[in-house]
Design a protein around this ligand. Structure first.
Ligand code: GLC
Ligand code: GLC
Length: 645
């Protein structure tokens, strides 16, 4: 019955639009619209069905989908069709990602295009360019406060430059990832300007309140995201004479998705960037899309419905484009962004594996892998047709997003343990190798997240400052161990530019008034081209890290055990040694990682119970090992052992 309603509605909408669209060849569009319309209609009516203008809004949405389809370059449509045929294309072991700032790396998009060979040389074939859209001068949350969603910041270049970059990338077999900041705009965006000028239609784009009554009720349950620099979740706007919901910085206005026009605009913006050549769209802060009084205003069911709707719309116009969910939330919540109960992804195909990221840093600090193993055994598996993006560092802080339950299961006190991690990574804990800084320390809760580069957090900064050769060696091993895990564990590894050379913290950021107080700038400095020059010199630290990482990338890309293979975590019998199998048909390997600075031993008998032979090949070191009684693993060593099957 309901499907009939949906068919009838689609006919009415097309009758409305056809006169306008009739000169176009829309065959593929109609097929895809037909296939996805039932879902689109159901979701749209669930969200907006009670409105008088429902039909008008639904028609406006389909109109935008059709127009974006007409604008889609032929070459991209060809790719859409190839990817529809092979919809698991992105699960290949070949994909290796890198996240970077265009200005810090290469100045402009043109510069970035010229420097693509640097990325290819390391085997990188997916590049996330951090935000390049038009932003206000001054503070803009590193580009995440956008002034114009359809224009680039002129510092980076023009849309023409971006198209040229995307073409060059395509020729090199590289995927382009761009951000769409779906949750908020800058207070200088034209919608905000019109709201300030008094247009009610645009005031409806945001959450505005005349008094503190509702903001006070909201704030009772909403956690603060930037408690140090932007406390609370609302900001008084003197021009409007109203309180505006601003969950992040005071100049980032939250969009109001109870208004269908917001959703329609955002779908259109996603499709706009898809048509500029983005293969992957990173949807920023998706957990925050729906606000409800009495809740933490994160991970609400409607936020998921909005994402499903965005995905279904994208399937109609640009089906080759993938979504990455940036939801740095509790493990059980992150997984839902792949689409709940979905055998095949219905929401985002890819999500940041914040759980693994936090667990890796946890294991490095404690030298104990039991929490990580326990948590991953429960939280790593995801639906078919989806992938984790596994990372160690990104442009943001490290939050301790694992669950208290997983810490308590190991007999630890969660609160104390979190405090220990904060102390450890800010270097306040006696004997810590890490040199990081707290981010948004909350005096009320005592919580803080952590900023700092991978190398500084892993001990390299301390080792170099103290001229301690052993500490430098250990730090290099730690960096490679962490990267080895993200390369091999299953999913898409995402390297943060500079980590391949061991770049250290940049303490100069707070001389810049637009950055002061935001310690994330410690790890967002200009790329170290001098270090890059040394990448082939094994007498340098940069060269040692680079070479190790290159080997790991090659190991991943050349071995079928890492393609679409399942991951099976195993108890190695030693609390310092992490282990997992990757099994794919006749290929199977055991990856072992020693998370301590002491040599560790595994009983050979135990290895044989796991199906290993006495003689094994370590693919990483490129040598044969015979373990008669025991297998000896050096400090922070990573081993990739072949298993006979
Ligand atoms: C995302 C970005 C982060 C930004 C926040 C608000 O989490 O990664 O850098 O501060 O969104 O836009
Ligand atoms: C919070 C948010 C995350 C954002 C980060 C920025 O952790 O959950 O989305 O990236 O803040 O610091």
């Amino acid at each position: 019955m309901y499907e009939q309603v949906s068919h009838a509605l689609l006919n009415d909408i097309l009758d409305e639009l056809r006169p306008d669209l009739k000169r176009q060849d829309l065959r593929h569009f109609y097929t895809r619209l037909g296939a996805n319309f039932y879902a689109i209609h159901s979701l749209f009516s669930h969200l907006y069905g009670r409105r008088d203008d429902f039909f008008e809004q639904m028609t406006a949405l389909v109109d935008r989908l059709a127009r974006a389809y007409i604008d889609r370059p032929t070459e991209l449509e060809r790719i859409d069709m190839a990817r529809e045929e092979d919809h698991n294309w992105f699960l290949s072991q070949d994909i290796v990602g890198m996240a970077l700032y265009c200005d810090g790396f290469a100045g402009t998009l043109e510069g970035l295009e010229a420097h693509l060979p640097y990325l290819s040389e390391l085997g990188v074939n997916m590049v996330h360019i951090l935000p390049i859209l038009s932003c206000p001068e001054g503070a803009s949350d590193g580009g995440y406060a956008v002034k114009d969603f359809r224009d680039l910041d002129e510092r980076f270049g023009t849309l023409e430059d971006l198209r040229s970059l995307s073409e060059s990338m395509r020729k090199r077999g590289m995927l382009l990832t761009l951000d769409v900041i779906v949750n908020h705009t800058s207070d200088e965006h034209v919608w905000a300007a019109r709201a300030k000028a008094g247009y009610p239609d645009f005031q409806d784009f945001y959450y505005l309140f005349d008094s503190r009554d509702l903001p006070d009720i909201f704030e009772e349950t909403m956690p603060e995201i930037f408690p140090e620099t932007s406390p609370g979740s609302f900001t008084w706007d003197p021009t409007l004479g109203k309180w505006v919901m601003t969950v992040f910085n005071s100049y980032q206005w939250d969009l109001n998705y109870t208004n269908p026009r917001v959703l329609i605009e955002m779908v259109d913006i996603i499709l706009f960037w898809a048509n500029q050549g983005a293969d992957i769209v990173r949807l920023d802060a998706v957990a925050f899309l729906w606000k409800k009084i009495g809740t933490i205003c994160q991970n609400e069911r409607e936020a998921h419905l909005i994402l499903q709707l965005m995905k279904d719309c994208c399937q109609v116009t640009a089906p080759g484009v993938l979504f990455i969910a940036e939801a740095i939330v509790a493990p059980l919540e992150i997984i839902k962004y792949f689409g709940e109960d979905a055998v095949i992804a219905k929401e985002c195909e890819i999500a940041y594996n914040a759980t693994l990221m936090a667990l890796l840093w946890d294991a490095l600090a404690t030298r104990d892998v039991r929490i990580m193993r326990h948590a991953l055994q429960r939280r790593f598996a995801i639906p078919g047709g989806c992938a984790w993006v596994n990372y160690i560092r990104c442009h943001d802080d490290i939050g301790w997003v694992f669950t208290n339950e997983d810490i308590e299961a190991m007999g630890l006190d969660a609160k104390q343990h979190r405090r220990f991690l904060k102390q450890f990574y800010t270097g306040r804990f006696e004997g810590s190798f890490a040199r990081g800084a707290p981010f948004q320390e909350n005096p009320l809760t005592g919580d803080a997240r952590i900023s700092g580069t991978c190398a500084s957090l892993a001990g390299l900064e301390k080792g170099l400052a103290e001229n301690d050769q052993n500490e430098v060696d250990m730090a290099i091993r730690r960096i490679l161990l962490l990267h080895g895990i993200i390369m091999l564990i299953g999913g898409i590894p995402l390297i943060y530019l500079g980590d391949e050379l061991g770049m250290l913290n940049d303490y100069d950021y707070d001389k810049d008034p637009t950055k002061v107080g935001d310690s994330r700038w410690l790890h967002r400095s200009h790329f170290d081209w001098q270090g890059a020059e040394q990448r082939h010199d094994l007498n340098t630290v940069a060269g040692r890290i680079y070479k190790g990482l290159l080997r790991l990338v090659q190991l991943r890309q050349q071995n079928l055990a890492f393609t679409r293979a399942e991951t099976e975590f195993t108890d190695t019998g030693n609390p310092h040694v992490f282990g997992f199998f990757r099994n794919h048909d006749q290929y199977s390997v055991l990856v072992l990682g020693n998370f301590s600075e002491k040599e560790q031993r595994l009983e050979a008998r135990r290895l044989r119970h796991m199906g290993m032979r006495k003689t094994m090949v370590d693919l990483y070191a490129g040598r044969t090992i015979t373990a008669t009684q025991e297998l000896v693993i050096e400090p922070y060593q990573l081993m990739v052992l072949t298993r006979a099957v």
